[in-house]
Write a new protein. Structure first.
Ligand code: SF4
Length: 400
């Protein structure tokens, strides 16, 4: 049985294929690290050291704190640190981290607002039948006995409070804390958004924690099912820029490979040639479609002006049929009318005669195995086998 963590669950939610590469196939990559993550780790290291010293009754000055940050920055810097936002450099990120630490120190010195119980506290607990682990950046307790789970963030954006209320990570740690220490009663979840020198504080009700446990168990069931079916689709998103698996991901590996080759070889690559050919033909088709549309309008006008229903050419003739028809509103294009029509018919005795199968809902129910086995088997016999091959042309987005 695997041990789950918040990051393991998030990885699956963000991209199932990335999850497979990382946690199931355990594909190790030469360690590339985004500079944002590097800076965040050094700020975390510095705050960890600060609170460890304070717990040992050792006073630490702001200068000593910044000196420590500078030293571990230099000591840990490596050549595989990736700066995606090319307009900024190492120094910019170093200074952001330093400012976070200065602001934090000045705001909380002499750090006596609460008592630190632990830094980098490891949690081991169960959710349903599943084992979980996690680390709390700092665990503190107020003079009134309220436990505080604190997390340090160096994000460049300050999220809205509502988003943090939805945040799973610290709420999960709340569950873990209660399970590991019986005396834990009231708990506060606190995020320090260091770039903004702001705290966001949230508390969870027992009902919210129960709901969270339920959702987590459902998500794990989804992961287990993906494993059984070996179904781990890609999910392209902004996070792909930081993904270590671009060279083996079917969505990215051709782009990755062709980015590494010189221009003369690039133009000879079979994939590049096929896409360019498809692009050219698609553009021609689009121009042709425009021309055909204009021609059709001219033909209809000609037929109307001359009261014709058939027009002859050299070796073909064209039948022109002009008629006004009513159409049924569709759910996507005419939402309001569709709803009104549905309500109207539902109230009438004709609903059964005119309502139809919802193909996409049925497809989802089959995929999710939501039908009873007997019904699922009968439905399976009636399904039409179809082989689809579709291709889509779109603009190439930067992935690095
Ligand atoms: S590159 Fe994107 S789509 Fe591919 S595995 Fe990584 S995160 Fe998933």
């Amino acid at each position: 049985m695997p041990t789950y963590s918040h990051s393991r669950l998030s990885c699956f939610e963000n991209c199932p294929l990335h999850f497979k590469f990382r946690y199931l196939d355990r594909i190790k990559k030469e360690k590339e690290e985004g500079i944002e993550a590097f800076m965040g780790s050094r700020v975390h290291d510095t705050l960890e050291k600060l609170y460890q010293d304070l717990m040992m009754q050792k006073e630490v000055t702001l200068d000593e704190t910044i000196k420590f940050y500078r030293e571990i920055w230099k000591k840990n810097w490596h050549e595989n640190i990736k700066i995606v936002r090319k307009e900024y450099n190492e120094d910019n990120y170093y200074k952001i981290g330093e400012k976070c630490l200065r602001d934090y120190y000045n705001q909380y010195h002499p750090f006596d607002q609460n008592r630190t119980l632990a830094v980098e506290q490891r949690l081991m607990f169960d959710v349903g039948n599943h084992k979980f682990t996690g680390f709390i950046d700092r665990l503190s307790e107020t003079p009134d006995g309220v436990y505080q789970i604190r997390d340090y963030k160096t994000n460049s954006r300050l999220p809205e409070r509502a988003r943090m209320e939805e945040n799973r990570q610290l709420a999960l740690y709340h569950i873990g804390l209660k399970e590991m220490w019986n005396e834990v009663d009231e708990v506060e979840l606190i995020w320090h958004f260091l770039q903004f020198n702001k705290e966001i504080k949230v508390q969870k009700t027992p009902e919210q924690l129960k709901e969270l446990e339920k959702n987590i168990v459902q998500l794990i069931q989804k992961i287990e099912k993906a494993k059984q079916m070996d179904n781990f689709p890609t999910n392209e998103s902004a996070l792909c820029k930081w993904c270590d698996y671009q060279d083996i991901c079917p969505d990215h590996k051709h782009i990755y490979k062709t980015e590494q080759i010189p221009l003369n070889k690039f133009m000879k690559d079979d994939g590049v040639k096929l896409v360019n050919q498809y692009r050219d033909l698609s553009e021609q088709r689009s121009d042709l479609n425009k021309e055909i549309k204009q021609l059709k309008e001219a033909i209809v006008n000609y037929a109307q002006e001359n009261d014709l229903s058939v027009i002859r050419g050299s070796d073909r003739k064209l039948k022109v049929k002009i008629e006004d028809k009513v159409d049924i509103p569709t759910k996507t294009k005419h939402r309001e009318k569709y709803k009104q029509l549905e309500e109207l018919l539902k109230k009438s005795k004709h609903w059964k005669e005119v309502s139809t199968l919802n193909a996409s809902l049925l497809r989802k129910a089959i995929e999710d195995k939501a039908l009873k086995t007997e019904l699922q088997n009968k439905v399976a016999e009636l399904l039409i086998e179809k082989h689809n091959e579709r291709i889509y042309l779109s603009k190439l987005r930067e992935t690095k």
